[in-house]
Design a protein around this ligand. Structure first.
Ligand SMILES: Nc1ncnc2c1ncn2[C@@H]1O[C@H](COP(=O)(O)OP(=O)(O)OP(=O)(O)O)[C@@H](O)[C@H]1O
Length: 603
């Protein structure tokens, strides 16, 4: 990305603050003029003092001069303080405002992208966050540099150079002659340091990330007695950091020394030239100081040049990744025009193929029908493609090929948000947000009253346990056990109260008692709704109205439990294996010995 391209992209973000920008520019102009007051005042002072001395006058006659000069210098400093404050404050205000708009824009865009966008390489959680943080940070440095460093410093330099030329062309030419050398050294310095700032930061991040990992992995490290190994890994990182830091410092000291030398050569040349011109009676003695101070104003920005150049390079590197996030319009979630008042929930899937963005084909020519008001189960070994079907039904992804209909109309034509409002999704592991239990349950319906939240907690068989916590519904939800967190997700579902429910292994992380309670509770919520359930637990699926069996991305069997059992195919294989793994025979025998009548069910 070129600098021009970045400016073009930032322009709309800066535009709303054009009055601030104009004020900053005005202050910059005034500031650059104020910065030249010292040379003028000093020249005037030296020349006047010289005049007084030549006229054999003393302190008494010079007192007025001292008062005027002091007042002028102090007055200028007061004005300058205000100018600098305004300039920095306005510059910072622009930076902070633009930065938050950019970050917010990135979040807005991200939330609108398909799930596939997040799993693309380079977009995974950590990387995406780094791209946004680094992008915004480096772009903001550019804005900050422009308003706080580049603009004021270069304005000062240009004004000072023009004054030098106006005062004396030869002195102006000497200053101008030094500039390219100075520029060249700064350019070499920036070139040499190119990327080292980035490398240093990356090493520092690795170091701090390494520490976090150490703490997170403490149990594993200790149990495998890998303390020495981990320490050596950290030591290596520290060595690399140390070397990089020393190298950077060395380069900086070397080039800074060179620049100071060249600057001093400039000062010496100006002293020699101005002294010659004074002796030749072409200029006054005060002009020596005058030109040296002006030259100082000219060289000041170039002292900063390598830093500005480096930060600009950084902005060029990181802004590209950042703007790529803003520009990923093809990753936007598709939506359709249908705003359903009601959905009945009959899904028809016909000859559907689907491939994940990573390239894994998960579904091959899949056909199934999910009938409204009934419970449909999806069964199959791990990786068969069951969850993928739910992903497609929720419109998280679009199929490569085939037909998907809801109540007879193409799923793609439904407004995505309206459709999802009518779907309740409970997964094997549900996300619990940082916050209280109440906030987490209320996620199911933001307008629910506290009483409704409590009611949902009761329906999910969680209320009792919540009431035993010290802060009850105000307790930190992330501190709950896996099973309790699962019930939070089920409570959310009760609160959302959707006509369609997708359950993807909803009881996988629950204990036996909780599983039974949740099963009862889910059985209650299933009434009159369209339910699709995925479960490796046979107890969850045997009662389903229809069971679809999947194998390696293909639909291989369908029917009721009895039909599939008799078919002696894949379902029967899975069923028998499950029964064996549960040691059902023995359990049944024990229960039969107890006079229980479970034998029938087990058979
Ligand atoms: N987000 C993803 N990106 C890429 N590939 C994926 C993704 N999710 C699933 N897959 C792949 O798609 C295939 C089907 O996965 P899916 O999760 O649908 O299986 P499943 O039958 O639900 O398995 P399980 O019972 O273990 O949950 C697998 O090969 C899996 O590796």
């Amino acid at each position: 990305m070129s600098l021009w391209e970045i400016i073009r992209r930032l322009y709309p973000y800066v535009l709303p603050y054009k009055r601030l920008v104009l004020s900053t520019l005005l202050l910059t102009l005034v500031g650059s003029l104020a910065a030249q007051v010292n040379p003028f005042v000093l020249r005037y002072t030296v020349d006047t003092v010289q005049g007084l001395l030549d006229a054999h006058k003393g302190l008494a006659q010079g007192l007025d001069l001292l008062i005027v000069v002091s007042a002028l210098l102090l007055g200028k400093e007061i004005v300058n303080t205000f100018i600098q404050f305004g300039q920095k404050f306005y510059g910072e205000k622009i930076r902070i405002n633009v930065s938050s708009t950019l970050s917010q824009d990135a979040i807005h865009k991200l939330l609108g992208y398909q799930l596939g966008f997040y799993s693309e390489s380079g977009n995974q959680t950590g990387k995406l966050q780094t791209r946004i943080d680094r992008g915004v940070e480096s772009l903001m440095k550019l804005v900050q540099n422009f308003f706080i460093d580049i603009l004021p410093l270069f304005a000062n330099a240009v004004v000072a150079l023009v004054i030098m030329f106006t005062a004396n062309v030869y002195v102006g030419l000497v200053a101008l002659f030094i500039l390219p050398i100075y520029f060249w050294i700064s350019y070499r310095q920036a070139d040499k340091l190119n990327g080292t700032r980035r490398a240093l930061r990356s090493l520092r991040e690795q170091k701090s990330q390494g520490l976090v990992n150490l703490i997170d992995s403490a149990v594993v490290i200790k149990s495998f007695v890998r303390e020495d190994y981990e320490e050596e890994k950290q030591n290596q990182l520290q060595q690399n950091l140390q070397e990089a830091q020393l190298q950077t410092r060395k380069t900086n000291f070397l080039y800074d020394g060179l620049k100071t030398f060249v600057e001093q050569v400039g000062v010496v040349l100006i002293i020699i030239l101005t002294a010659y011109l004074v002796l030749d009676r072409q200029i006054s003695i005060g002009a020596i100081m005058f030109h040296i101070l002006l030259f100082n104003n000219v060289s000041a920005p170039i002292r900063q040049l390598h830093r500005i150049y480096d930060e600009m390079n950084e902005a060029l590197t990181y802004s590209e990744g950042f703007f790529d996030i803003l520009d990923a319009d093809d990753a936007k979630e598709a939506t359709g025009p249908i705003q359903p008042d009601q959905v009945r929930g009959t899904f028809e899937i016909c000859n559907v193929d689907f491939t994940y963005p990573s390239g894994t084909q998960a579904l091959y020519d899949v056909c199934l029908t999910i009938e409204e008001g009934k419970t449909t189960a999806l069964v199959g070994l791990s990786g068969a493609g069951k969850s993928t079907i739910i992903n497609l039904l929720c419109k998280f992804y679009e199929p490569d090929r085939g037909k998907m209909l809801l109540d007879g109309r193409p799923l793609a034509d439904y407004d995505t948000h309206a459709l999802r409002q009518r779907i309740g999704l409970v997964l094997q592991k549900n996300h619990i947000f940082k916050g209280t239990i109440e906030e987490n349950i209320r996620y199911g319906n933001m307008h629910a009253t506290f009483e409704e939240v409590v009611e949902a907690g009761k329906q999910a068989y969680l209320h009792q346990q919540i009431m035993e916590l010290p802060k009850q519904y105000q307790s930190d939800a992330q501190q709950l056990s896996g099973g309790q967190q699962q019930r939070i997700a089920i409570a959310r579902l009760f609160l959302k109260n959707p006509p369609i429910i997708f359950l993807d292994e909803p009881t996988a992380s629950l204990d036996a008692i909780a599983t039974e309670q949740i099963k009862n509770s889910l059985d209650a919520i299933k009434q009159g709704r369209t339910v699709v359930i995925i479960s490796h637990s046979l107890a969850q699926i045997v009662d389903s109205d229809c069971i679809y069996v999947m194998k390696q991305g293909r639909m291989v069997e369908s029917g009721t439990h009895d039909e599939l059992y008799d078919m002696k195919g894949t379902y029967r294989e899975i069923f028998d294996a499950s029964a064996r793994s549960l040691n059902i025979e023995k359990i049944a025998r024990v229960m039969a010995d107890d006079g229980d009548e479970v034998m029938d069910t087990a058979g």
